[in-house]
Design a protein around this ligand. Structure first.
Ligand code: DX5
Ligand code: ZN
Length: 239
């Protein structure tokens, strides 16, 4: 497979980030094409797909078939978050289904170097996610094997939870120590804390309920983008 998805995604984040990436967990699956269209019209640049297996997390959502469906109904890059045990068994199939990124959890694969390198070799951006309770020190040895990290700010499994500030602190520390690292923050991001998430160093903000519980997705996204701009301005400090 060529490397165009990986490079295109990383270039998108570097040139256009920080980006709001809607997490589709709470969308109306009865009207999927319209939901995607509403998000495209809102100007989003990628979709975040939460795959859960009922084993690694106590909830089960969707898998290959729905990722394939999203690929069919949208040209947006698909940011695929695998909350599954043994993700290494499914890498090729999720790439075939249309993933532009594949995130695996450090808690599911304690030695993730091999699977991350395989994802990269197959032309897809490789991400490593860390649960709120997992210490940052466990992630550091694997940084050279991934294209981005995902700092989970809720326990994975459900949308609509509160952001855990102690987990966001890990993003702050990572950003201080690794200024060039691409970082996604996932869980509990709302209009009220999006600026803080950007100040913590996020390049990608996976947002579910703050978009899907809003009656107007366009407004929800543009208000989040406004908060991102505010976070970037305050990040630089007074000139
Ligand atoms: C949690 C998922 C998230 C989450 C985002 O397990 O990975 O992507 O659903 O939804 P909100 O923004 O509602 O926390
Ligand atoms: Zn997610």
């Amino acid at each position: 497979m060529d490397h165009s998805r990986r490079e295109a995604f990383l270039e998108l984040v570097r040139s256009r980030g920080p980006l709001v990436v809607p997490s589709m967990l709470m969308c109306d699956f009865g009207h999927l094409a319209q939901e995607v269209q509403r998000l495209e019209q809102a100007g989003v640049q990628a979709l975040h797909l939460d795959v859960m297996d009922g084993h690694f997390v106590p909830n089960s959502t969707y898998g290959l078939l729905l990722v394939e469906t999203f690929q069919r109904i949208s040209r947006l890059p698909l940011d695929v978050h695998l909350m599954i045990s043994n993700p290494e068994q499914y890498v090729e199939r999720y790439i075939e289904a249309g993933a532009w990124t594949l995130t695996v959890h450090l808690e599911a694969v304690p030695e993730p170097g091999g699977v991350l390198e395989r994802i990269r070799r197959l032309g897809v951006a490789a991400g490593l996610a860390l649960n709120p309770e997992t210490p940052l020190e466990k992630l550091i040895p694997w940084l050279s094997h991934c294209d981005y990290v995902v700092v989970m700010t809720v326990s994975p499994g459900y949308g609509g939870q509160q952001l855990q500030h102690h987990a966001l602190e890990k993003a702050v520390r990572l950003r201080q120590d690794f200024p060039e690292l691409l970082m996604e923050v996932d869980g509990g991001i709302k209009h009220a804390n999006a600026a803080e998430v950007v100040r913590a160093g996020a390049n990608l903000l996976a947002v579910g309920s703050a978009i899907f519980r809003h009656h107007d997705y366009g407004q929800a996204v543009s208000e989040l983008e406004e908060q991102i701009r505010q976070g970037q301005t305050s990040e630089k400090g007074p000139c």
